[in-house]
Design a protein around this ligand. Structure first.
Ligand code: GLY
Ligand code: MN
Length: 466
């Protein structure tokens, strides 16, 4: 949590941007796992609520009445039974004071505040993503959940996106801390992932590292020998000598700022030449994105430049053919890279994705072609600004079902050497991912220590540390 002034200033700026009406920012409620008292842990607050109100407790709603220049923290104090089981906690009034909010009210009063405004003034809310919040909005505003995404306030979405996109120095300190935990998780995975142990064992151990810092992983850990499955869950399969394993994971700090890195490494500690052939292309693409990312450049153009480089190199390897620009324009590279180069990152690992990717990652000059496979999975195309944090995560994947599908339909056949590609059906996939901060004249990595990624460094780290 930052100082009171941070939250006071953020709310003041939000009021300036949204201009009028009444803003409702819903905090999250506890999320039961299998019965009400057994919730998913740790509790995860809504990121926009955290951004403006900073309070990491369930059952709160923040109200910013712009027209009356009044702010409220709405919530109920816990009762004696809760104190018996969970210990005492700050009162709603104490919490409000800690973030500079002058007024409090119990949850039952929120309906009155809304009733007075309905039909007379604009009531702004963000698109909800939890069902209990959808029910709250239906009860308060009479809007059915099926309409809530459409009726969410675009002015509020745009204001929140504008503010949360640019990270301040104190947020970067948090993200550096998340990167440091991520470094520990990834290097532990390199030490633990030996032939004969299960994917789940390694994933569980490295999740424990994140938890030992008091918070959680920034998303469910992807740790799989089937690197070609974008979000592959760790399985009970034993790690095999000679294969690669893809590890995509990150941590959240206790203030809920994230990291997100991917490494793909040989389970026995030594890359084969065939693995290096593909790895070196992904590595070159990853480095190329760093070379050209700076303020003013569209991340869409960085993505396309990476796709061209990847296509050139896959052509040299005999997997693609034809004119590189035409191949990329046709989307042929998406056989190998069916996702975008990266996404915004902050308090959400895919930062603000719940507000609508189209508002977060794009603008009028960078609307993606939603008709084209691969391009339709882009999460970020906007012009970069100083203070943005984005991921740089190219990958090359050999997805047997996709190879069969495109071969059968002849899709992009003029650019793909299917006979050669077939030979890689047992390969898996490689992704390399780092988090970068856009600076005044370029970009830099987050994290003091770089998780080994040059093949020689990966091999050396494993040889010295297992
Ligand atoms: N690291 C997982 C993702 O970006 O989707
Ligand atoms: Mn990512």
């Amino acid at each position: 949590m930052f100082s009171k002034e941070t939250y006071v200033n953020r709310r003041a700026e939000l009021k300036r941007l949204v201009k009028n009406g009444m803003i409702l920012l819903f905090g999250n409620n506890e999320s039961p796992c299998n019965y009400p008292n057994n919730g998913y842990a740790p509790f995860r607050q809504d990121s926009s609520f955290l951004y403006y109100f900073g309070l990491n407790r369930d059952g709160l709603v923040g109200v910013i009445d712009i027209d009356k220049n009044k702010e409220y923290l709405i919530g109920d104090d816990i009762d004696i039974e809760d104190i018996v089981w969970y210990g005492s906690v700050d009162s709603v009034a104490d919490m409000a004071a800690s973030v500079g909010v002058a007024n409090t009210a119990p949850m039952a009063k929120l309906k009155e505040l809304c009733d007075k405004a309905i039909g007379k003034r604009r009531i702004h809310f963000l698109p909800p993503y939890r069902f209990d919040t959808k029910i709250q909005i239906m009860d308060l505003l009479g809007i059915h959940p099926s309409q809530q995404k459409t009726l969410a306030s675009l002015d509020l979405i745009n204001a929140v996106v504008a503010m949360r996109s640019v990270k301040t120095a104190e947020e970067i300190v948090e993200m550096e801390q998340a990167a440091a935990i991520g470094y520990q998780m990834h290097t532990a995975a390199m030490r633990l992932a030996k032939p004969g142990v299960t994917e789940q064992y390694v994933a569980g151990q490295i999740e424990g590292i994140a938890r030992s810092y008091g918070s959680m992983v920034s998303f469910p850990i992807i740790f799989s020998q089937h690197g070609e499955i974008m979000h592959g869950n760790p399985s009970p399969a034993l790690l095999e000598d000679g294969r690669l394993v893809l590890c995509d994971c990150g941590a959240e700090t206790m203030s809920n700022y994230c990291s997100d890195n991917t490494r793909t490494f040989p389970i026995n500690g030594k890359f084969t030449q065939r693995q290096l052939d593909i790895y070196s292309i992904v590595e070159a693409c990853h480095d190329h994105a760093l070379d050209i990312s700076k303020p003013g450049v569209k991340y869409f153009d960085v993505h396309m430049s990476v796709c061209r480089l990847m296509t050139e190199r896959l052509k040299e390897l005999g997997l693609m053919k034809g004119d590189v620009d035409e191949a990329v324009a046709a989307g042929a590279h998406a056989m190998f890279l069916p996702h975008g180069l990266g996404h915004m990152m902050g308090m959400d690992v895919h930062d603000m994705e719940g507000l609508g990717q189209i508002y977060v990652g794009f603008d009028d000059e960078t609307r993606p072609n939603l008709e084209q496979f691969g391009t339709n999975a882009l999460r970020m195309g906007r012009r970069l600004q100083e203070g943005f944090v984005v991921t740089d995560e190219p990958g090359i994947y050999f997805i047997p079902a996709l190879i069969d599908d495109w071969r059968a339909s002849g899709h992009c056949a003029e650019f793909l050497n299917f006979d050669e590609i077939e030979k890689y059906k047992d390969f898996g996939g490689i992704r390399i991912e780092d988090d970068i901060l856009i600076t005044s004249d370029g970009c830099r990595f987050l994290g003091k220590d770089r998780i080994p990624y040059h093949p020689a460094d990966v091999e050396e780290y494993i040889a010295k540390n297992r």
